[in-house]
Design a protein around this ligand. Structure first.
Ligand SMILES: NC(=O)c1ccc[n+]([C@@H]2O[C@H](COP(=O)([O-])OP(=O)(O)OC[C@H]3O[C@@H](n4cnc5c(N)ncnc54)[C@H](OP(=O)(O)O)[C@@H]3O)[C@@H](O)[C@H]2O)c1
Length: 544
């Protein structure tokens, strides 16, 4: 049976007084000023006036930005549409841009969509949602401006238990200012205050530790929700279900049966004018150190004691801490160059005006990683991530070993590697899980071919897959931390990648140039070949 997107929990949780340890934040939780004068405004929003009820206020800091428009407001609307938000909620946009509530609503309305076209009452729902959206203009480093926000939030809260969620959708250099001001001037006085922090969480071990240290001056670890939106993707969530609830997978999940695991991310476009941010990070920090490594940890972890956040995160940290330091020779970097195809010229990375002409920043990287524990000893985990490649997608490929003494080797031909099983978990787009098997071609002869047992989500499930941000926002509201990154996980992830990143930069390693729209640098093939691996995504068999 299809798992339903479960929102009953959300609605129920909203009416429970959320007294938990993240209420003891270091901000001004003790300053709860009078709210009686504010009650008149409540009728307009249709809120119940029972002061024992709770209310959730979501403040998007950096609401005028790209991420807020593209992802956060639409995700909140989708949650509202599905009935997943608590009964009492308010959404505030906060940024420096001068806007009125009406301006914000107008801006937000342009990016809201009803999941399935022409769904019932969509416009009505949008109007109701937009009525709950407000805007407050302020500086990110002004306690005074945040205190003014606090005042407005209290008007909506009307003396109820106030739970406040801040979403930092701003550049990382202003995280600390915003956290300081929100914490000191606009924390909840009687409920929880949580902060969702977007990547990047630093650019190496030192800067990440400094960021964590600064955040913890104002917040406890329980209040910090470090978001990695890949963890909110349906098929990444499904990894554990697949493995721990199906007898046929878990016993095979070891070095004994698995030859290699591939984690592949590709985009078919370049930086397209947004290279300024990217150039300071590069593809390893942008995709590998976080998204792909998180997937790897989930994939490779031991069975957790339970599905509780801490039990899962404990197992993930163990994987990260068991990983062998990455050697420079196990990393290949590339950068896309201009390419003309069909009369169209595609730009080089350094043609982007926001990128320095002599930039060595990798837009592609491939790496071989190893987990030195009993389960995975010797199994290469190959990662590959790149921009401006021939296709776009994210997938996990598990290549199994040969069948020992295979009776059918004669029928398979000389390339035995092509006859091994491969499990592919296509995270995006067009979600699917398929297993490549050998099969007899029907007929009187004995000819084998490669076939797929295919779970194609679009064909199997009629429910639309929620966006990762929806799941993660809902989890943050409910205090579910399973899909957020704990500080020790982050430290372990940076410890793994920082030395090789430093080496690449100090030695000014020149990336291998690959044409825009190609399959990436040839070096990635040599790297894989060194470990007897063939990239599964580049095969010419039945994948496409
Ligand atoms: N866009 C994405 O798809 C995406 C994906 C993953 C992660 N992220 C991360 O999410 C965060 C927000 O992304 P975004 O694309 O929405 O960023 P953005 O549009 O560049 O910035 C968001 C808002 O922050 C304010 N801002 C921008 N630069 C500033 C500066 N130098 N000083 C002070 N305020 C500044 C602006 O608002 P005002 O001028 O109105 O104050 C802007 O509207 C970033 O940390 C980014 O790395 C983004």
């Amino acid at each position: 049976m299809a798992m339903e997107y479960e929102c009953i929990v959300g609605a129920a949780a909203a009416s429970v007084a959320p007294v938990e340890n993240d209420t003891d934040n270091k901000g001004l939780n003790d300053k709860l000023s009078s709210v009686t004068s504010l009650k008149e405004s409540l009728g307009e929003f249709g809120f119940a006036k029972d002061e024992n009820e709770s209310i959730v206020s979501v403040t998007i800091v950096g609401a005028s930005g790209d991420l807020a428009k593209k992802k956060i407001f639409p995700a909140l609307f989708a949650l509202y549409y599905e009935g997943c938000l608590p009964k009492n909620f308010t959404i505030y946009g906060y940024a420096r841009s001068k806007m009125t509530d009406a301006d914000l609503r107008n801006m937000v309305s342009k990016t809201l969509t009803c999941r399935i076209d022409k769904r019932e009452n969509c416009n009505e729902k949008m109007d109701e949602f937009l009525k709950r959206c407000f805007y407050h203009s302020g500086q990110y480093d002004s306690q005074e401006n945040f205190a003014a926000l606090d005042k407005k939030l209290k008007e909506h809260e009307g003396g109820r238990i106030s739970n406040r969620l801040y979403y930092l959708s701003i550049p990382p250099n202003i995280f600390i200012d915003a956290v300081k001001c929100a914490s000191l001037s606009a924390s909840s006085g009687n409920g929880w205050t949580r902060v969702i922090v977007e990547k990047p969480f630093g650019r190496d071990s030192e800067s990440s530790a400094a960021l964590t240290k600064s955040l913890k001056q104002y917040l406890t670890e329980d209040q910090i929700f470090r978001i990695d939106h890949y963890l909110g993707k349906e098929l990444v969530e499904n990894l554990s279900v697949l493995r721990f609830s199906n007898l046929i997978f878990e016993p095979l999940w070891t070095r004994q049966y698995i030859r290699n695991v591939q984690l592949i991310f590709s985009e078919d476009f370049g930086t397209e004018g947004r290279g300024g941010y990217f150039d300071n990070y590069g593809i390893i920090r942008d995709i590998m150190q976080n998204h792909l490594l998180q997937i790897l940890a989930l994939f490779a972890m031991e069975t957790p004691v339970s599905l509780d956040a801490e039990d899962i995160r404990n197992e993930k940290v163990k994987v990260l801490r068991s990983m062998r330091p990455i050697r420079l020779e196990d990393v290949v970097i590339g950068q896309y160059k201009s390419h003309t195809r069909g009369g169209v010229t595609y730009p080089a990375y350094t043609d982007d005006k926001t990128v320095p002409n002599d930039s060595l920043t990798p837009t592609f990287a491939a790496a071989a990683l190893f987990i030195d524990n009993a389960r995975w000893d010797g199994v290469p985990f190959l990662m590959k991530a790149g921009k401006a490649l021939h296709n776009k997608g994210a997938e996990i490929r598990v290549q199994f070993r040969h069948v020992p003494g295979n009776l059918y080797n004669r029928n398979i031909g000389t390339d035995l590697d092509r006859a091994t099983n491969e499990l592919v978990i296509r995270v995006q787009p067009d979600e699917a899980i398929y297993l490549k098997i050998n099969n007899k071609v029907p007929g009187l002869g004995m000819r084998l071919d490669r076939s797929k047992l295919n779970l194609h989500y679009a064909a199997r499930y009629s429910t639309e897959i929620p966006d990762a941000y929806e799941r993660l926002l809902l989890d943050a509201i409910e205090g579910e931390r399973r899909l957020f990154i704990r500080s020790d996980e982050l430290d372990a992830a940076w410890s793994l990648f920082t030395p090789v990143l430093k080496e690449l930069e100090e030695k000014k390693i020149i990336p291998e140039y690959y044409p825009y729209g190609s399959r990436g640098p040839v070096g990635a093939h040599y790297l894989a070949a060194r470990y007897n691996v063939r990239w599964g995504d580049l095969g010419v068999d039945i994948d496409q």
